[in-house]
Each structure stands twice: as C-alpha cells, then as structure tokens.
Design a protein around this ligand. Structure first.
Ligand SMILES: Cc1cc2nc3c(=O)[nH]c(=O)nc-3n(C[C@H](O)[C@H](O)[C@H](O)COP(=O)(O)OP(=O)(O)OC[C@H]3O[C@@H](n4cnc5c(N)ncnc54)[C@H](O)[C@@H]3O)c2cc1C
Length: 194
C-alpha cells in the first residue's frame, strides 16, 4: 500500500518525535499478544478437537499417544492460565515478559498437538476437505478437519514474528543476554549497503 501526500495533524502523533520505533515495537508486541494470548475456555484452541477425537474414537488409542496427549493437555492448560495472568497484569498496568513467551508456546503447542492428532487419526488425518484455496473470511486456526489444522499451524511459527526472532527478543530484552553481533547498528537506513 502506498500513501502519498498524506498529512496527519500533530495531535494524532503517538509518542515523542523520533520515538516511532518504540511505537512500532509496541504495535508488533500487541499483535503477538493477540495471537498467542487469546482468551480461551479450558480445552479451547488446538487441544479441544484433539481431546474430542481421543474421547470419541477409543479404537485409535495407544499407550504412547495417551502419554503424549496428557502432557500436551497439561501444557495447553498452563499456557491458557499464563494468558489469563498476562491479561490481569495488563489490566493492572503491569505488562510482564509473558507476551513474548505466549506466542512462542502457542506456535510450538499448535504444531505438536495438531501433529499428534494427525498421528492419532492415521490415514484419515491426512484428508483435506477443501481444495478451492479460497481466502477465508476470518483467521481460523482450529476450524475444519485435522489435516487443515496441521497445515495451518505451520504458519503459526512464522506469522506475527518468527519463532527465531521471538527467541532473540526473549534472550536480549527479557533475559538481558548479550545481543547478536551486528554491523548495521547505529547506521542510518539510507547509508546501509543494499
Ligand atoms: C500464515 C501467515 C499469515 C501472515 N499474515 C500477515 C499479515 O496479516 N500481515 C502482515 O503484514 N504479514 C503477515 N505475514 C507475514 C509474516 O509477518 C512474515 O512472514 C514474518 O514476519 C517473517 O518475515 P519474512 O517472511 O520476511 O522472513 P525473514 O525475516 O526473511 O526470515 C526468514 C527466516 O530467517 C529467520 N531469521 C531472520 N532473521 C533472523 C535473525 N536475526 N536471527 C535468527 N533467525 C532469523 C527467520 O526466523 C525465518 O526463519 C503472514 C505470514 C504467514 C505465514
């Protein structure tokens, strides 16, 4: 999208002059919290359909899948409760480091849970009910069948900031570890070799 000759009154400015990067980072962080910290009921999100398949299809069960499903169920519940705590802290004006971790956990759990469901369903899990490639009306991570969930969850570790970038953010901004070596720090964008 290109916007030309747009004038915006100073009264609509967010933050101080020259502080735009901080505003942009806040916006990006809000997107991560929106993706990874969605308010969910217990068994909401990706774990819901996996647990439902487990309950409805006893003939598919194995001991190993049972152990793995239980572990992921607990992790999904911990992630959900961490999201609750994050929202309560935000309301109280105390944003904690959970925001970055929520998006990381969301992507990993979605991929592991949907992978387990496809494994549970065997060949059935590979079926795909719609090849029209139409653009969905709304972002829907858990709708449709297991095969769709499995493929859609691959995007979860890319969209809204990749897992690698989020790990860098957690390392540098949350844990205070040394930053990655950079040659472009403090060099103006116009002066970068491109
Ligand atoms: C399903 C989906 C939906 C999306 N929706 C939107 C949307 O609605 N709006 C929008 O604007 N964008 C959207 N995107 C784009 C998304 O935000 C970008 O794809 C994402 O931020 C990664 O940027 P990139 O593709 O340029 O990858 P790059 O930045 O080129 O990264 C390529 C790879 O290199 C790794 N990498 C890059 N830098 C580093 C580093 N410093 N250290 C370690 N590893 C690194 C990355 O982790 C990644 O694996 C969507 C993407 C997907 C997959």
């Amino acid at each position: 999208m290109f916007l030309t000759d747009v004038r915006i009154p100073d009264s609509r400015r967010l933050g101080e002059v020259g502080d735009g990067w901080r505003v942009a980072q806040t916006t990006l962080n809000n997107e991560r919290v929106a993706i990874g910290g969605m308010r969910l009921p217990r068994e909401g999100g990706m774990i819901g359909p996996a647990a439902a398949t487990w309950r409805e299809r006893p003939e598919l069960r194995t001991h190993d899948l049972h152990q793995r499903l239980l572990k992921l169920w607990v992790e999904a519940e911990v992630a959900r409760l961490t999201g609750e705590r994050l929202r309560q802290q935000l309301v109280a004006g105390q944003p904690g480091p959970e925001g970055a971790g929520m998006k990381l956990a969301f992507a990993r759990l979605n991929q592991e849970i949907s992978g387990l469901e496809v494994e549970l369903l065997g060949e059935e899990g590979l079926s795909y009910d719609d090849w029209t490639m139409r653009r969905p009306e709304l972002v829907d991570f858990t709708g449709r069948e297991a095969g769709y969930r499995y493929l859609r969850s691959k995007g979860n570790s890319i969209e809204g900031g990749t897992t690698e970038i989020l790990l860098n953010i957690v390392a540098e901004r949350v844990l205070g570890l040394p930053a990655e070596p950079r040659t472009d720090k403090d060099v103006a964008w116009k002066d970068l070799a491109r």
